[in-house]
Write a protein that binds this ligand. Structure first.
Ligand SMILES: Nc1ncnc2c1ncn2[C@@H]1O[C@H](COP(=O)(O)OP(=O)(O)O)[C@@H](O)[C@H]1O
Ligand SMILES: NC(=O)OP(=O)(O)O
Length: 314
């Protein structure tokens, strides 16, 4: 069956641990996933690609600070988010374009600047949790926090990072346009970095707010609004595990949303990493009755055709 797939690319698809983040590194990393996506497109699937932006939007913010020293106006975080959509959208778009050409497939690929509505009353605005940008030592982070007033936290044993508010995505503004494009046969890259966070003002106009939305939760929102056939969340582990990194570790292959909710409540999935991915899948399945999968990047085709990864079912 030919399906409409929302594919959420995890950080490793774009940037690997220890890399500086040059354009070439990011292009090279994307190529592997690009080839798999093109094989799915070749078999008639309609594909929307979403992606994260944590490292990149943090880097763009740092570049603002460097410019300020020369009197260049610094852009706020929502505008930096838009810049990251352009930067990463361009790299994904060009990679897919080139892989489509190699495969002799004539198809348009577009990146859509996407806005995500959030609730201005979301408690996340007074409690920053989303790590962005590079890693620092504890001493560096403390000095930076004192100088800038920004908040830094220890990130999963990997070092210290700046954190910013991460409100829940309420609605993807351009969801219908994305759906129309996909139905017209266009490969769409959208909701990059979870979408640019915006609030609705009186009269329904939109205003950007300073935050970074979780990309997996936003991909799930989009998949619900588009009524996609499947949500595929790609990361660096082949399955979601119970008892992760303990002697009782075991992979979950197929899980109902009721079971997944029980495991979430029991704290099986770390809040800053696997937690939002599982929540994204559970919310998609509950709202659509369709399956969602979490697996490793290189298993994308296996997930679509061979039941690989952790599949969430009603
Ligand atoms: N229960 C779990 N099962 C599998 N992985 C887990 C679990 N809890 C935490 N993780 C971690 O979640 C990571 C994936 O999340 P994250 O690093 O945020 O991914 P990405 O950058 O691809 O979005 C895995 O590398 C793993 O270390
Ligand atoms: N916006 C977002 O969730 O980005 P990362 O996955 O790169 O942190």
């Amino acid at each position: 069956m030919q399906e409409t797939l929302v594919v959420a690319l995890g950080g490793n698809a774009i940037l690997r641990p220890g890399q500086r983040g040059t354009a070439e590194e990011q292009r090279d990393n994307l190529r592997q996933t690009g080839r798999q996506l093109v094989r799915l497109i070749q078999r008639g699937h309609r594909v929307v690609v979403t992606h994260g932006n944590g490292p990149q939007v943090g880097a763009i913010l740092l570049q603002q600070e460097a410019g300020q020293a020369r009197g260049v106006a610094a852009m706020p975080l929502d505008v930096c988010g838009a810049q990251s959509q352009g930067l990463l959208g361009y790299l994904v778009q060009q990679t897919l374009y080139n892989e489509l050409v190699r495969a002799n497939i004539e198809k348009s690929v577009v990146t859509l600047v996407t806005q995500t509505v959030v609730d201005p009353g979301d408690p996340a605005f007074s409690r920053p949790t989303k790590p962005i940008g590079p890693f620092y030592t504890e001493d560096e982070a403390r000095a930076l926090a004192q100088r800038t007033g920004h908040v830094y936290v220890e990130d999963a044993g990997r070092g210290w990072r700046r954190v910013v508010p991460s409100p829940d995505p309420v609605a993807i503004v351009e969801a219908q346009t994305i759906r129309d494009l996909v139905e017209a046969g266009v490969v769409v890259i959208a909701v990059g970095g979870g979408g640019i966070p915006v609030v609705r003002e009186a009269g329904y106009s939109l205003t950007g707010v300073e935050a970074v939305i979780d990309k997996d939760l936003a991909a799930s929102r989009l998949a619900v609004q588009m009524q996609a056939d499947r949500l595929l969340v790609l990361t660096d582990v082949p399955w979601v595990y119970l008892g992760y990194r303990t002697p009782r570790q075991r992979p979950l292959t197929r899980v109902t949303v009721a079971e997944a909710r029980r495991y979430m409540e029991a704290g099986e999935f770390a809040p800053g990493s696997m937690g939002p991915k599982v929540r994204a899948c559970v919310e998609f399945v509950e709202r659509t009755g369709r399956p969602a999968v979490i697996t490793a990047l290189e298993r994308l085709e296996g997930a679509v055709y061979g039941g690989e990864g952790t599949t969430f079912v009603p």
